[in-house]
Ligand binder design. Structure first.
Ligand code: AVI
Length: 315
């Protein structure tokens, strides 16, 4: 078993996080970056979300991967380094090991604890693939260490996570991917715009798993900041913003309350909102234009029969 963990300067720095969280909390419209959703419990809750029948992105993307596995493998080719962005439990990348036959697998995720656990299990099953993992906040900057082979880098970014970035941030990330692919390529999953009822069911599921995932961010913030958020004083709220083509997640205060942490505090009135996530939905035209702007000239696209989701190979 060969696993290398890297702690580059891009590894999350606690002090930067505290500053970022405080800025969001004291802003007139309070917000918390969605990356703080993914503490160890949050990562498990997200995995549970992907198993919900209402959360169509996961099962639809899986259907596309299964149906077009051969075409995708032919487009991507075999060998080289597979770089998995937001690897999580590494299961999606694993499903491509057989057809893409990477010689090297680099898993990158914000939640390094969860990632290392996942990678240890994987490395035992595929001793012929060299594996590395990096705990990195690539929402700020994506830096692939020089030690990672530069030839035939294929970035793998499934699950429509690009949608969690604003358009300008998404463009910047795609540009960084293009720069560091060295003539390589990107296999990406993107969620497409659809009717509100489908979106609302996916982001406000009847089992309340998404509510738990969203509320858990308050515990994650308490552990970073030493604040005294109480989960039971908030509720999960979802809006579809048609002007911006996105689903928005919030936490709504159920009563007047005051949150305190080292030397600072924030008062919330009943009904006040904390913005926790945007999930942008694309059209085929809008994602093609974004990829082109980032330097990806050629695309191959696969979708499902309802046009809910697209898998794109971009070069
Ligand atoms: C990770 N990301 C693509 C998910 C999404 O759909 O935007 C996160 C999520 N938030 C609520 N449910 C799932």
């Amino acid at each position: 078993m060969q696993i290398a963990t890297t702690s580059e300067s891009s590894t999350p720095i606690h002090q930067d996080f505290i500053h970022e969280i405080e800025l969001g909390l004291i802003a007139p419209c309070a917000s918390i970056s969605p990356k703080f959703l993914y503490d160890p419990l949050g990562s498990h809750l997200f995995t549970a979300i992907t198993l919900l029948p209402e959360y169509y992105p996961s099962n639809t993307e899986k259907g596309i991967f299964t149906q077009y596995q051969d075409q995708i493998a032919e487009a991507v080719g075999s060998g080289g380094t597979l770089i998995d962005l937001g690897a999580g439990n590494c299961q999606k990348a694993e499903s491509f090991f057989h057809s893409l036959k990477p010689s090297n697998y680099l898993a990158i995720d914000f939640s390094s604890e969860y990632l290392l656990d996942s990678l240890k299990k994987l490395a035992g099953k595929y001793p012929h693939i060299a594996m590395q993992c990096i705990g990195m906040d690539f929402s700020k900057q994506l830096i692939i260490p020089d030690a990672i082979a530069k030839t035939k880098r294929t970035f793998f970014y499934p699950g429509s996570s690009l949608g969690n970035f604003l358009q300008s941030e998404a463009l910047q990330l795609l540009g960084q991917i293009k720069n560091q692919a060295n003539d390589g390529s990107l296999l990406i999953g993107v969620d497409l715009m659809k009717e509100d009822s489908v979106l609302m069911a996916a982001y406000d599921d009847p089992l309340k798993v998404t509510a738990a995932f969203n509320l858990n961010i308050l515990r994650s913030i308490n552990s970073h900041l030493g604040s005294n958020f109480r989960v039971e004083q908030f509720r999960h709220t979802v809006k579809v913003n048609h002007a911006e083509n996105r689903v928005e997640l919030y936490l709504e205060a159920l009563e007047d309350l005051n949150v305190v942490w080292a030397g600072n505090s924030r008062a919330f009135k009943k009904g006040d909102l904390i913005h926790t996530e945007n999930s942008h939905k694309y059209t085929i035209e809008s994602i093609k234009a974004l990829l082109k702007n980032a330097g990806f000239e050629k695309t191959q696209i696969w979708t499902d029969p309802k046009d809910y989701f697209a898998v794109i190979y971009a070069q």
